[in-house]
Write a protein of this length. Sequence first.
Length: 331
Amino acid sequence: MATIKDIAQLAGVSSATVSRVLNYDETISVNEETREAIFEAAEKLQYRKKVVYPKIENVALLFWSSDKEELEDIYYRSICEEMKRQAEKRNVQITLIAKSDGIESVPKNAKAFIGIGWFSQKEIDALKKITDQGVFVETSPDESLYDSVRSNLDSIVTQIVDFFVAKKHTNIGFIGPSDYDIQTFEKVMDVRQWSFIESVKYYGLYHERNIYIADALTVEEGYRIGIRMVEELGDRLPTAVCIASDTLAVGILQAFNEKGVLIPKRTEVFSINDINVAQYVSPPLTTFHIDIPAMCESALDLLQERLIKKREITKTVYINGKPVFRKSCVK
């Protein structure tokens, strides 16, 4: 690895001059030719400045996911593990608190929190009494006070519908969950369902019969809906289906296989999340990959901006996905 001394020798200047130029010290007086020589030497030697992150203490990492939702929990656990890894690298000291511990377990001296999962209004109100510094991951329950990072599900579903339409599909289905009001716990429309409806309406392809809403994000629920879908729709079964989560998709594939629905010959299946098991089911699942490291990186960026740079305006960051084509939906 190149050092400042190596750059100084190549550029023919002192190490102190190199250090001040690379750190954009405006008080140093050097001519443009010397400055360019230093940057050229640094580039030639592939020099990378060591980033020293200021220490941030007393951050609660709230893992608010339910292990009852099987494979869906794998996705959130992946986010949690990546967040812990990146936090250590960035000198952010975190205390992990699980949903089973209860919101009352959040330390009263917490400077900030990172919340992974779904929180009720009561839990959010409890957090407000502790700190006004926090980042939610995959939800944004209070954008007026807290930052958030979310996968761009609206865009992802739109891209799936666009892809199906480009392949001349005119009978397109959707399977996904409901969202829940954080105050009343009543079911409300999930953003993925909303995006699907708006997209197929745009193309004049909306059929209410093709939308199935799951009661939970489990393989069993996906299987139940898959069986019901085949039995209710018969010959009108969609030739392409957008599924809101790989967890549901695994159950759907099981049901379709059992009912003799050939995938992708009879019906193409496109899902979201790209959990590890997606490549091993039969047929391997075409799905949108969500970049978990990028999501965690953005969350920690937001946290540092608020705590170190004292940013006052809240931000919501959307992370786009990338399609991974396998055998359930041919590119």
